[in-house]
Design a protein around this ligand. Sequence first.
Ligand code: MIG
Length: 681
Amino acid sequence: MTDKKIFKYIYGKPFETDAAAENITASEGLPPFVSVSEDFLHIAYDMTSNDKIYGLGEAVRGINKRGWIYETYCSDDPMHTETKRSLYGAHPFIVIDGKEVFGIFVDYPDRVIFDIGYTSVNKINITVGSPDYVFYIIKGETPMDVVKNFRKLIGKSYIAPFWSFGFQQSRWSYYTSDDVKNVINGYRDNDFSIDAVYLDIDYMEAFKDFTVSEERFPDFVEFVKLVREKNIHLVPIIDAGVKIEDGYDVYEEGRDNDYFCKDESGNDFIAAVWPGKVCFPDFLNPKAADWFGMKYKTLIDCGIDGFWNDMNEPAIFYSEKGLEEAIDKVLEYKGKNIGIYDFFGLKDTVLGLSNSFKDYSSMYHNTGSGIVCHNKVHNIYGYNMTRSASDAFKKISPEKNILMFSRASYIGMHRYSGIWMGDNQSWWSHIKLNLQMLPSLNMCGFLYTGADMVGFGDNCTEELALRWLALGIFNPLMRNHSALGTRDQEFYRFENRNAFRNLLKLRYALVPYLYSEYIKSIEKDEMMFRPLAFDYRGDRFAEAVEDQLIVGESIMIAPVYESNSIGRMVYVPEDMLGVSFRSERDYTIKSYRKGHYFIEIPIDEVVIFIKKNKVLPLVDSADCTAHLDYSTLRFIGDIEGKCNYTMCRESGVSDGRSIIAKENYEVVGTGHCDDLSFGKE
Ligand code: MIG
């Protein structure tokens, strides 16, 4: 007997988002706290003062989302301050953990407002300004249970290739193949482990998708090959906008076949992004999506096996029409003595040119079964761009698992790719934000994810870089990336090279654990990163912790995210073994009883807490993931008796997906030991 866990409610004629992987019969009636009017959905729920609210994926603020108002709306906004309501991804799912435990998923591809105790401290108000939507109520005994039921609904997460668990270096931009070579040498010559280097927009010819500048990257195929021989993967960026240029095949094919989004008069919608004037492929049109997806072949044929999709909210710097109107408005004031309010209005006109609602309202999709205005389906544009690539990869090269992650996303896209957390800053507060987004994103199925380590915008310091690295080593997508014009932040450029080298090595020693936990979380619809509240229910201290995480089945992390610290307060929620790593082979071990501690964490150390009767597997480090030697496996832990550990490895690729092989270990011990005896079952 299985009780019904998921209740689906359908109103009006909702647009099919493909967020759910399972088709569920709609329920009749409504939960008491939901009211539906002619033109909108309104969910109003009364919280008690102890209710905790989780979810919302990519969003600012804490793991407990209570006390702010969020809007799920894919936004190109690089200033992730705590006052923002939206970031790049739209993930309209929350979990309520209080007098009642359940989840709400509003499957609606435009803005959904989640007022979680903002207008009124004890109220959740969720609103959708449309008569056409779907929403789900997801039951479960515990928040983890709710998440699992939700994840079952939305389908299994994407499995990234094993090599993408190695360290990856990026910058906007490495302009030439020599720049790339220098970065690779910077890492390899200093004995710094690395698996990938990124190509940002400047590898292209005039920012044209699927082109490579011959001047800056001559003999690209040769170059990719040379780099692969050094066990480095090159990962180029693909932008959503296609440059308007006669003679450019991608543009001409899109134009001639009506594969681009249109304006209200049926002409191609024209906007400007990096290449200047562009058209946007209509990813909601299946033919256009298939066509664009197959374009990745150009680069795959050059030996490329990873991509990142950018600017796919889509970001618009200005539209042709918007700019003309703004210029007219500015000229109206020419020679006049304008008032201050008029001046501010003028300023807003110019600043409001980018990512404007007006532009999104005059952009149209042809889904094959009808025309739909972009502003009704905004949140699934990036999703469909990325899905088109992922679908094509299986046709283009089924023998490879090609890395893919996107900036914009919606629930459901997790089946096709990972995401990165967008343009953060080299700010201390963004180390913590990186940590807090990990579990929230896991709830929504995004397991292959990470932030731009060391920060994208603004200038970093060496201290920030090291502290961020100490968290970065646990992110599945471990990528150092920074913006044009910011201080160089490749790890070999700093003074304390030993510390950077050692922490990179520690990451590689941890890869078998991280990859195994990642795979198991996917298979079981679980979260690789969990708030302490999920593992220690009923422990009021654990439930309030916002800056520590449980990673996989065995460990807890508690990184430092403040400058000039000598350590930090840590809540140890059960008896644990604290291992302070200076390097994979140089560490000290200390047992902790449940309680609060000030733990000293010098700048060159990482502390990992291992749960009692759980083990942490480690292997010897290597310069790249391909060289990891699993025969060097050892286990650290504090166990009385036996403990089983399942190791997951990528043993091949079939139909574009990794094949996973499993090894079961039985580890035995009497107390804590860093070299426990074990046997393969
Ligand atoms: O308008 O390609 O988030 O990672 O380096 C900026 C340049 C465009 C935004 C991405 C960032 C990337 C940058 N892009």
